[in-house]
Design a binder for this molecule. Structure first.
Ligand code: UD1
Length: 418
């Protein structure tokens, strides 16, 4: 049954919510459990459809994986397969994150090619080039990727031409049990990379420079399962900040990490919001009328995240003045623009650049999400809009936002899922 959200916009938000655990940390850490002996406990693991697919992949491979009281329990001692069926790869292109760990653990991996997606072509050339450098033989035929490392993987120097998040994670996962040392230069520096490395280090891996541009990994013989708490989701925090901003609200976010929001907070401050962070809690207060943020450019971390572009565009749509938003990470990440315009936004896109002229008001309409973060942007806009909006395509949202209708509802938003 296809669900949708009905949102009556224009209501002020009020109160406090806990920010969920990070999706983009949970997925690589779930893949990393493949490398460990014993039972892992992952606290703060969000209940999301993408996480559910990762757990289903683990169970398909012969592992025990379930969620109890918000913690994922995973034991991979029974692993007995090295292939990931096409249906999982199609459901979640991020399933490619299992490649490095499977190859390391089994000496083989068989996956279908993730192909293009709603954000434009999403190649994995950097992942494959690095794994080849570490001794893997890889054939790509008829949409299937077959990887073998009959003698095991060997550490190698890997220089990434772009600091790809997924490629950095796959290389780390391949390297922690490889023979010798792997050095990744121009590695991604996202907090989720650091979280993966923290988990692996607790499990016994030897990793230096996590969260920096150069990561050095000395392969070890084995890793043991551990208990680990997933970091808070900085993109969900940014979305809730955008929701409070467009409704002129004052809210409190609990369980945040201020240091992960380094490029996000200044954007809201420029828009006139007051932000105070203390002990993992944020007080966020919006002005009566938002000021336009002149220029936002999405960049690899520590730059402004592409995943927060859509919610912040929704905020710009109701700000006083014009904003220029440049999308530098993905080719096709303005799909929400047409739907924002249906709500009355004034946005023009030219290639990777969007010019957003703030309007006084948006008006409720029937809109449809076409990808995860775009869906978040549309919710923000619908919360700002006068009257009723009907948002279709919320299965995209549920890939990354845990019970978002209930979260917003607890803050006083008029939103129901039907
Ligand atoms: C991850 C995040 C996603 C986020 C993105 C950028 C997860 C599960 N997803 O996606 O939410 O939007 O980082 O912060 O963590 N590229 C290549 N060749 C490759 C790999 C990537 O050309 O082999 C290109 C991509 O096409 C894209 C850019 O690099 O244009 C960034 O991709 P990458 O950092 O790899 O993003 P993901 O890991 O897919």
């Amino acid at each position: 049954m296809v669900s949708r959200y009905i949102i009556n916009g224009g209501k002020r938000l009020d109160g406090a919510v806990e920010v969920q655990g990070s999706k983009n940390s949970s997925l690589p850490i779930l893949a990393a459990t493949l490398l460990t002996k014993g039972e892992n406990i992952l606290f703060n693991c969000p209940s999301l459809s993408d996480v559910d697919i990762a757990l289903r992949i683990l169970r398909f491979l012969g592992c025990k994986a379930c969620v109890q009281n918000g913690a994922a329990l995973v034991s991979c001692d029974g692993l007995n397969k090295y292939d990931i069926p096409d249906e999982f790869m199609r459901e979640m292109r991020g399933s490619i994150i299992f490649l490095g760990a499977l190859l390391s653990r089994c000496g083989r991996a068989l996956l279908s090619f993730p192909g293009g997606c709603e954000l434009g072509p999403r190649p994995i050339d950097l992942h494959l080039k690095a794994l080849r450098a570490m001794g893997a033989e890889i054939t790509e035929r008829y949409g299937i990727i077959e990887c073998r490392a009959d003698k095991g993987l060997t550490g190698a120097p890997v220089a990434l031409s772009f600091p790809s998040v997924g490629a950095t994670e796959n290389i780390i996962l391949a390297a922690v049990l490889a023979k010798g040392t792997t050095t990744i230069t121009n590695a991604a520096r996202e907090p989720e990379i650091r979280d993966l490395c923290d988990y692996l280090t607790e499990a016994g891996a030897e990793i230096y420079g996590a969260g920096e541009g150069t990561i050095v990994i000395n392969g070890v013989d084995s890793l043991n399962a551990v208990s680990h708490s997933i970091i808070p989701d900085r993109i969900v925090a940014a979305t809730l900040m955008s929701a409070a901003a467009v409704t002129g609200s004052c809210i409190y976010l609990d369980g945040i990490s201020r240091s992960h929001l380094g490029s996000i907070i200044p954007v809201f401050v420029e828009a006139g919001c007051e932000i105070i962070c203390r002990d993992g809690c944020m007080r966020f207060k919006a002005p009566e009328r938002l000021r336009a943020v002149s220029l936002i450019r999405t960049m690899p971390y520590p730059g402004f995240p592409t995943d927060a572009q859509a919610p912040v565009m929704a905020m710009s749509a109701v700000s006083d003045g014009s904003a220029v938003i440049v999308e530098n990470i993905f080719e096709n990440r303005f799909k929400h623009v047409g739907e924002l315009c249906r709500l009355g936004a004034d946005i023009n896109v030219e290639g990777r650049v969007a010019v957003v002229k703030g309007v006084e008001k948006l008006y409720g309409a029937c809109i449809e999400a076409q990808e995860l973060r775009g869906a978040a942007g549309l919710i923000v806009a619908a919360l700002a809009a006068e009257g009723k909006s009907e948002l279709h395509g919320i299965s995209y949202l549920e890939r990354g936002y845990e019970n978002f209708d209930l979260t917003l509802g607890s803050l006083g938003a008029d939103i129901v899922k039907i």
